[in-house]
Ligand binder design. Sequence first.
Ligand code: GLC
Length: 241
Amino acid sequence: MSGRFLIVSDVDGTLLGDKAALEAFRQWWEPRRSAVLLAYNSGRFARSLKQSIECEGLPRPDALIGGVGTDIFDADASHCWCDWPPPSTSWDIGRVRQVLADDDRLALQESEFQSLHKTSYYACGAGPADLDQWRQSLADAGLAVDLVYSSSRDLDVLPAGVNKGSAAAYLAQRWEIAPERVIVCGDTDNDLSMFQRGFRGAVVANALPELKALDGPHVYHCQRAHAAGVLEGVAHWMSRS
Ligand code: GLC
């Protein structure tokens, strides 16, 4: 196992949101980049993350996880890690769309937010009963999927077992970094799976209630928001390792 750390951070609302704090994070991280690996983990796709790296001051990381854990790219968004999701993953996006078609609680997100392994809907204000019903209909159709509902709006349908948490675990395993040296940071429900993998978690102060409700010895609730919270969380966990 490597002695390095790995930071896996959500982007929108977590690293992005406070330019001065992001710059402070960048200045802290750049001189440490060989000892502390950095990966972004976003609902957005790698090409969109690449634009934020070019235009919004995000430091160039070691890898990009995009599409809520469904794809992994190198830092330039030019080469995907083609062994993710695992080739054995069962997934029939056409059937998923058929099962959820004609449900007036759902509107398919724009085509730029769809990919081979992720289909996403707007489902404003959906509640647990709606989610249970969609889960049941998909299971009845024999489809093994994960539903991720976040920000009281976005419903992502993903292959079972493929999410931000499993993609982060895959990176950590490939880079031989033990879970206690992986620090995950987030602000909404689509980050939840990263906090369920035995990693060290940092919930930024501006997180939504869904993530603020997390509890446990491996969850640190930051006093500070956005990138300042990420720095605070990273310092917290690094000082304890
Ligand atoms: C990003 C994606 C969107 C997804 C949302 C929540 O905004 O573009 O497709 O539904 O994250 O994961």
